[in-house]
Write a protein that binds this ligand. Structure first.
Ligand SMILES: Nc1ncnc2c1ncn2[C@@H]1O[C@H](COP(=O)(O)OP(=O)(O)OP(=O)(O)O)[C@@H](O)[C@H]1O
Ligand SMILES: [Mg+2]
Length: 361
């Protein structure tokens, strides 16, 4: 063989055989191309399968507030939605269950930081803790306040003392599963509102942790859910997270009411114009976010509401007073604030409409 031919053969064998292989499997893990991708376990009569979805005791309807991405305003919407539902003319009894075991924020948002541990009924069920007329339960209530970090021997006088929300939950999957099941099925919502003749709640709003991990999956598989809203900001980065969430809820056959676009725009107090801070106007047909949402069948009336960014919404949350209570002498109102409240009320009405329709069916 001529030397040039030999080199050509060697080069071909390097680039067609060894390089692509190394590139495809840089860690050298054993490959199994015949493996079936993981599946969500199915419920069913087969023994060993998952148990059938069941009702939460003393709760008529369950509404999930999910966001597939972290920090988009899910807990803020969950608390304000609960308040807005309770303010509807039907005088609904509404509670909140905080299932964000690793990052609970309902105690802060509801003004219930560092409350005493919840009491127990005679049967050993947890008794919810109430503020603003809304009974709540959170993992944070069951944890001791976090200790001062040993690395800072002189505590900063400006910072607040640690609360039980700051206590890290360092559990593995099984412990979390157990805690979630206990919070779901061993909280006594009948004890929450005592003055009513029929005990229990009309609606339980559940604040889920972000993503499609263990906790949302368990809730979807164990609980008979009536409605789900997915909170998102109107940008492309959120879109793939939303897509995953929508796929999960559809696979689990959970009623998906739609998307709430949070921080959809900001109304400048000086020029009263709408400024689209994230990803542009979600109602513009050319907008990539709008196109993506439409493509996954979540456009049109599946957009349940578009909430503006309102500084006082965040401030209200920090103070433990949900902004939906403003206008009732609790907080001041701005034009953007009024729009936010109107939209929040529309979201509450839409959800109540869907829940009622399910009852009539
Ligand atoms: N419409 C809004 N206008 C102004 N601030 C808002 C609005 N919605 C949420 N925020 C603020 O955004 C921050 C994140 O909100 P929140 O904690 O509710 O998000 P989250 O999705 O629950 O986060 P996590 O994924 O960490 O649980 C908070 O400081 C909150 O006050
Ligand atoms: Mg949250």
């Amino acid at each position: 063989m001529l030397p040039t031919q030999l080199w050509a053969n060697t080069r071909r064998s390097i680039f067609t055989a060894s390089l692509p292989k190394n590139h495809e499997n840089p860690l050298g893990l054993p490959l199994n191309n015949t493996r079936v991708p993981p599946q969500i376990p199915r419920r069913g009569p087969i023994s060993g399968g998952l148990p059938a979805k069941r009702k939460i005791p003393n709760v008529k309807h369950v509404v999930l507030v999910s966001s597939c991405k972290g920090g988009v305003g899910k807990s803020t919407v969950a608390t304000n939605l609960a308040v807005s539902l309770s303010l509807l003319p039907q005088r609904l009894r509404v509670g909140i269950l905080d299932l964000d075991v690793f990052g609970p924020s309902i105690p802060t948002l509801m003004g219930l930081k560092n409350v005493e541990e919840p009491g127990l009924t005679q049967a050993g069920a947890l008794i919810p803790i109430t503020n603003h007329g809304i009974p709540t339960m959170s993992m944070a209530y069951l944890l001791p306040p976090a200790s001062q970090p040993s690395s800072s021997p002189t505590p900063n006088s400006d910072s607040e003392p640690p609360t039980n929300e700051d206590t890290p939950v360092v559990w593995r999957g099984l412990m979390v599963q157990k805690a979630v099941q206990q919070l779901l099925f061993q909280t006594d919502w009948s004890a929450a509102i005592s003055q009513n003749t029929s005990p229990g709640l009309d609606i339980l709003v559940i604040d889920l942790p972000p993503g499609t991990g263990d906790i949302p999956l368990s809730v979807g598989q164990l609980v008979d859910v009536d409605s789900t809203i997915i909170i998102t900001t109107p940008d492309i980065l959120s879109l793939s997270d939303v897509r995953r969430g929508v796929a999960m809820f559809r696979k689990l056959e959970i009623p998906l009411t739609g998307l709430v676009i949070n921080n959809a725009y900001f109304i400048c107090p000086n020029c009263s114009e709408r400024h689209y801070l994230f990803g542009g106007n979600p109602n513009d047909e050319r907008n990539m976010f709008a196109k993506g949402v439409k493509a996954m069948g979540m456009g049109g009336d599946k957009i349940v509401g578009e909430l503006p960014l309102v500084v006082d919404v965040g401030r209200g949350g920090e103070k433990g007073v949900p902004y939906a209570l403003s206008g009732r002498g609790v907080l001041g109102e701005t034009d953007a604030g009024k729009i936010w409240q109107e939209v929040m009320k529309t979201i509450a009405e839409r959800i109540w409409g869907e829940l009622r329709a399910r009852t009539v069916k």
